[in-house]
Design a protein around this ligand. Structure first.
Ligand code: AMP
Length: 283
């Protein structure tokens, strides 16, 4: 497995492979790899000839009061697990390598980046798409793999790919969960035992919202039900509980699936999750 630290190394390694017609699959991550990340690696391994995983805790997508400095980092463990999963290259650059000369150009997201996560975390999605655009330009993959756990991120990245004509296929993979339903996340390591137990309320809230929609309840009823379940748990401070269109993140239309999305703090730890609900008949 190649461990690349610089843009030049990545390009030197991948250009000949691309010219030889090899299909390059790319999994961008912030490290602290867990089974959720590894499900993306497996999907890439299956679909592609060559698998690149990036590990980069991107300062641009963290707000000033967020956890950039304390975000879990364990590169030796990540490299070991990547090797075990037959990753061909890990790209693990420094912040200076990714943002030399105090770069000032960023990618603007538009209104989809202003709601839900974007409203709670102003500038977050501009930071995400800027780094994803850079990584796509560096790796030039044919396919890139993202997790549905970060559903709004997927929608924002898909928009960027369409709007800016990136020549890359975006594949999304299902959310990997713990046995009690909690979505795996690098941030789960912040949770105390008691908070970890409380965090299961997120899954209960989504389940309750889904039941409302399946029994012909309205979008507003589903949102209220999810919110009520979240606030019923002590020590949980919700940011939002929303039912939206999965592509635009605006109000859902009368047909098609509805995305239920929740976010909030369990103690000091911020967690997000979502579920896609296929509502069969006309609403
Ligand atoms: P992160 O390292 O948190 O930025 O995540 C890197 C990629 O892994 C993103 O595409 C995430 O959506 C995906 N991911 C994170 N957690 C999970 C999970 N529990 N299941 C599936 N994909 C995940």
């Amino acid at each position: 497995m190649i461990i690349a630290r610089t843009v030049a190394e990545v390009r030197a390694e991948l250009r000949p492979l691309r010219l030889a017609g090899r299909r390059i699959g790319f999994v961008p991550t912030m490290g602290a790899l867990h089974e959720g990340h590894l499900s993306l690696v497996r999907a890439a391994r299956q679909a592609c000839d060559y698998v690149v995983v990036s590990i980069f805790v991107n300062p641009l997508q963290f707000g000033p009061r967020e956890d950039f400095h304390t975000y879990p980092r364990d590169e030796p463990a990540d490299l070991a697990v990547a090797g075990q999963h037959r990753v061909d290259m890990v790209f693990s650059p420094s912040v200076d390598e990714m943002y030399p000369d105090r770069s000032t150009t960023t990618v603007a997201v538009g209104t989809i980046g202003d709601v839900l996560e974007g409203e709670v975390r102003p500038g977050h999605f501009a930071g995400v798409v800027t780094v994803v655009a850079k990584l796509f330009n560096i790796v030039e993959p044919q396919v890139a793999f993202f997790g549905r756990k970060d559903a709004q991120q997927v929608a924002v990245v898909r928009r960027m790919v369409t709007d800016l004509s990136f020549d890359v296929e975006i594949v999304t993979c299902p959310t990997v969960r713990a046995p009690d339903g909690l979505a795996l996340s690098s941030r789960n390591s912040y949770l105390s035992r008691e908070e970890r137990t409380r965090a299961a309320v997120i899954q209960r809230a989504l389940g309750a919202g889904e039941r409302v929609l399946r029994t012909a309840g309205s979008r507003e009823e589903a949102e209220k039900r999810m919110w009520d379940v979240l606030i019923s748990e002590e020590g949980v401070d919700p940011d939002y509980a929303a039912a939206v269109d999965p592509s635009s993140f605006g109000p859902p239309g009368p047909h098609g699936p509805i995305l239920l999305a929740v976010a909030g703090r369990v103690g000091p730890t911020r967690l997000i999750d979502n579920v896609l609900v296929e509502v069969p008949e006309e609403r």
